[in-house]
Structures are given as structure tokens and as C-alpha cells.
Design a protein around this ligand. Structure first.
Ligand SMILES: [Zn+2]
Length: 274
């Protein structure tokens, strides 16, 4: 059994604001240690419960957060940026299941540090389905026929996962009070729950179906301001929908939609500080 795990940071136990998840701020070094230990709790359980191979993809910001020197010795780590498929780099049909850990809910909904890729995205859609990082990544897994077996994060990430994927195992390591406050478990307790959940997720894997994406998906991204939409619209093949800050792209498949989304959000970030 071969398992793929994508680890983001906003949904890790105890982390609630930008001082925890920005590499230049004072809580970050503590946070990345907690993130690494939390990943290890899941990885150990996967190996104990029948996995032969576990590939971990660091999926937060510059994607170099996980401390490789502390990571479970039998895993392999995908680390650094740029990666053509970002949070799902290296995922393909050779895997038997996917785990998302440290995940957060999509932009414009309640939850700890909610956003979709960048803070300038207000909403994102695949066809008419509102989609966040969790859903988009699950669609890419589904394209390869691989089911998402487990999602860990705050209670809102867990909710988003269970609304999208029937029978997915979820773990809420904290309960959102606001976008930057939560009632959180301790890492010690969370690690026990995550290990248990990983074992459950493997046992239940035959019940979970891959989240199959539409064949020719229409991607729409609504930005917070018009300048971001103008930047995103520089990508050939996109259309800025008149009277909105929404940019549309008709993709040939979900992989192309994913890369279009990466390029459009990257372009839109040019306006973040001006
Ligand atoms: Zn992140």
C-alpha cells in the first residue's frame, strides 16, 4: 500500500494566526516543529497499519517548512518551490490513498486562517462548485483514481471535507472561534488522535470513492479587487467577466485547470502590497 500525504500549516494543532505560519515571525520555528511531529504521528501509524510507502509533500507557502532531519526515517519528502503541481506534486495513479493534514477551509467561510491559495481570492469555482484547496487537490487525486482517505485540520476543514467526500475520516485538532482564534487540543493529544484516525482511514479505504472531477472543467476565480483580476487576466486563454472581479478559464482537464489556477493566483499576488 502506497500513501500520499500533503501537509499544509494553517490547520496544524495550536496554530491560529500569521505569527505561527509566516517564516519571518516569532512563532514560526515552534510551529514547524509541531507540524513535523504531527506529520510523523500519521506516518508512523500508516507504516504500522500496512503501508509500505509514504510520500510527504510540504504544501505551505514556500513549501520548505517540514524539518527533514526530524521526519520519520522511512518516508520521502517533497520539499521546496516551484513545483508544477504545488500541493499535489508527485501524486499519480500509483497511490492507494491520499491524506491531507494541517488543512484549512476555503476562502470566505468561517474557520482558522481560511483562504484559497492566496489571500486575494474571494471565491473559486470548478463549474458551479465552490472549491478550496482541499477540494481542488481532491479533484486532482480523483483524476488519478485515488481517494482522499483522511483530512486533518480545524473543525471547519473537517466539515468541508465531509461535505465533499463521503466516508472520509476527519480529525478536528482545533475548533475555530474566529479566523485567528481557536480552542485547540494540545499537540500531545492531537498526535494520538491523528494516529488513531490514520489507522481507521486505512481500514475504511474501500468505502471511499475518488472525487472524480468534471472532464472539461471551467475554472472561475473571483478576486478581492479589480487589479488582481487584471493581473490574472494576463494569462492567455482567460476571460475577465465584465462587471465583476471574476476571471474564467476553460480547461481541457483538471490538471490544466490546476496549473491555470497556480499561474493566475501567482500573477494576482503582484498587487498584494500596492
Ligand atoms: Zn498554507
Amino acid at each position: 500500500m502506497k500513501i500520499y500525504m500533503s501537509v499544509d500549516m494553517e490547520g496544524i494543532t495550536g496554530l491560529v494566526d500569521h505569527t505561527h505560519v509566516s517564516s519571518d515571525l516569532h512563532n514560526y520555528e515552534r510551529s514547524r516543529r509541531i507540524m513535523t511531529e504531527e506529520a510523523n504521528a500519521i506516518i508512523s501509524s500508516l507504516f504500522t497499519n500496512g503501508s509500505q510507502e509514504v510520500i510527504v509533500n510540504d504544501s505551505h507557502s514556500k513549501m520548505n517548512n517540514l524539518l527533514v532531519e526530524l521526519l520519520h526515517p522511512d518516508t520521502q519528502l517533497i520539499t521546496g518551490d516551484v513545483k508544477p503541481y504545488s500541493m499535489v506534486q508527485g501524486l499519480d495513479s500509483s497511490f492507494d490513498g491520499v491524506i491531507f493534514a494541517g488543512y484549512h477551509a476555503r476562502a470566505s467561510v468561517p474557520g482558522v486562517l481560511t483562504h484559497t491559495m492566496i489571500f486575494g481570492v474571494r471565491n473559486m469555482y470548478i463549474d458551479d462548485q465552490p472549491i478550496g484547496e482541499l477540494g481542488f487537490n481532491a479533484y486532482v487525486a480523483g483524476y488519478y483514481g485515488v481517494p482522499v482517505l483522511m483530512v486533518a485540520g480545524d473543525d471547519q476543514a473537517a466539515l468541508e471535507a465531509s461535505q465533499l467526500i463521503d466516508h472520509v475520516t476527519t480529525v478536528a485538532v482545533k475548533t475555530a472561534i474566529s479566523r485567528s482564534a481557536a480552542k485547540t487540543l494540545t499537540p500531545a493529544k492531537a498526535k494520538l488522535l491523528l494516529a488513531e484516525a490514520a489507522s481507521e482511514a486505512l481500514k475504511n479505504r474501500s468505502k471511499v470513492q475518488p472525487l472524480v472531477p468534471p472532464k472539461q472543467p471551467v475554472l472561475r476565480i473571483e478576486f478581492a479587487n479589480y487589479g488582481q483580476a487584471e493581473w490574472a487576466n494576463l494569462m492567455p486563454g482567460t476571460e475577465l467577466i465584465e462587471g465583476t472581479t471574476m476571471v474564467k478559464f476553460e480547461a481541457k482537464d483538471i490538471l490544466q485547470a490546476y496549473q491555470a489556477m497556480l499561474v493566475m493566483t501567482e500573477l494576482a499576488m503582484h498587487t498584494t502590497f500596492s
